[in-house]
Design a protein around this ligand. Sequence first.
Ligand SMILES: [Zn+2]
Length: 233
Amino acid sequence: MKYIYELWDDFISLLFPRLCCGCGTHLLRNEKLICTECYVSIPRTNYHLTVENPVEKLFWGRCNITRASAFSYYTKGSRIRKIIHSLKYKGIREIGTEMGRIYAASLKNSDFLNGIDMIIPVPLHPSRERRRGYNQSDLICEGISEISGIPVRKDILRRVVLSDTQTRRSRYERWLNVDGIFDVAVPLAIEGKHLLIVDDVITTGSTIEACANEILKVKDVKVSVIALAVAVM
Ligand SMILES: [Zn+2]
């Protein structure tokens, strides 16, 4: 009987191949979304183990971030880049949640998540979220929450103005472009709390900076930051 099921499985995967989000190879029966080879070989920054790491330094002199880290490096042709592309542009939502779980599992082996009260996704502009059908940061947050037990709050931070495409702008122009596009909807809910802002990729850090600066206007609040990848500068 088992043999027939396996044949049926093979037949289905012939019609609808399950491909790895990181490298595009066919997944084995026991693999989910990414293959074992990708899981093992995606380079980890392990920045969560180091204070004053490059992601933290990125925010120095810009906003008062408590801790910051990224899972991997956002480099050309990298597996993590393909994974994030699958998440944002191919509609593969589950890879966001899965990467959140994978990252949270390694964060849990350190003190990085200690004292974090809530996880905050970087909001997309509502019209972009409608077009995509979801916010990729929400999905990453859900995976992190599942493993860490820390609640996700999507109602704290709101995006108010759409910034047009940020490519080919200088760091200063990008900063101008995102400053003031977020606001805190329920300041009382975060007073005295430590928030973890989650994004898919950190490039210049200007989006996170804009979020953090709004949040940091609230009394006694602390902000930490993570992303699935950081652009190597
Ligand atoms: Zn792979």
